[in-house]
Design a protein around this ligand. Structure first.
Ligand SMILES: O=C(O)c1ccccc1NCC(=O)[C@H](O)[C@H](O)COP(=O)(O)O
Length: 205
């Protein structure tokens, strides 16, 4: 099973987490997030050789995302706002792989979705907060998702619920698990030991 560590920010921590070989690392360009990397952040070249970097955005203009992708060095984007198919298709046309995050609290949230994104990421809906809530949604809702398109599972994933998540991966087209605040010492700083443990357990499955 593939996995992603999202909300990376501190350089030493990025290097340490990269050693655990997550398939994806997420870097957040959203000012309101405590995990915001800042406009001038550039993903270290050696890290790009070890993982796929994902730029994470909330309602940012397409041109600005494309500019940043060239400056910062990512080819994948994850969109957490009200981005529409037109924007998703424009990003894909620019050569970016697009993950569209969907906030889930109800079966209606996973129904009637478009085929435009490359992947969906199902995350927990919690008021106006767009990510990194550390809360799980009711995974039974996933039974209402009928597209063949694989998705990333997010929202409060941790070593505690990993076995349950792995079981879920046998039932649904889960492309990757997304870990964030539940593997943190503080916002943006991941617990390397926890990340290594997760990596080991996923490799065994
Ligand atoms: O994590 C953030 O601060 C964040 C802010 C704005 C948009 C997205 C954000 N995170 C994106 C993610 O993919 C998270 O990993 C996902 O929401 C799950 O987080 P958590 O519930 O803490 O595991």
């Amino acid at each position: 099973m593939k996995w992603k560590v999202c909300g990376m920010r501190e350089m030493d921590n990025i290097q340490e987490v990269a050693k655990a070989k997550p398939d994806y690392m997420g870097f957040i360009w959203a000012e309101a997030s405590p995990r915001y990397v800042g406009e001038d952040f550039v993903i270290p070249k050696d890290v790009l050789g070890k993982t796929i970097a994902v730029g994470v955005f909330v309602n940012r203009a397409v041109d600005s995302i494309i500019d940043l992708s060239k400056k910062a060095g990512f080819n994948w984007v994850q969109l957490h706002g009200e981005e529409k198919d037109k924007e998703i298709l424009a990003l894909k046309k620019a050569g970016l792989t697009v993950i569209k995050a969907i906030s889930v609290s109800d079966i209606q949230d996973v129904k009637g979705l478009s085929l435009a994104p490359d992947f969906y990421l199902f995350d927990t809906k919690k008021g106006k907060q767009t990510g990194g809530t550390g809360q799980r949604f009711d995974w039974n809702i996933l039974a209402a998702y009928t597209l063949d398109k694989p998705f990333l599972l997010a929202g409060g994933l941790s070593k505690e619920n990993l076995d349950e998540a792995i079981e879920l991966g046998k039932k649904y087209p889960i492309h990757a698990f997304d870990f964030n605040s539940k593997v943190e010492i503080k916002a943006g700083l991941k617990d390397v030991q926890e990340v290594l443990e997760i990596s080991k357990r996923l490799a065994e499955n």
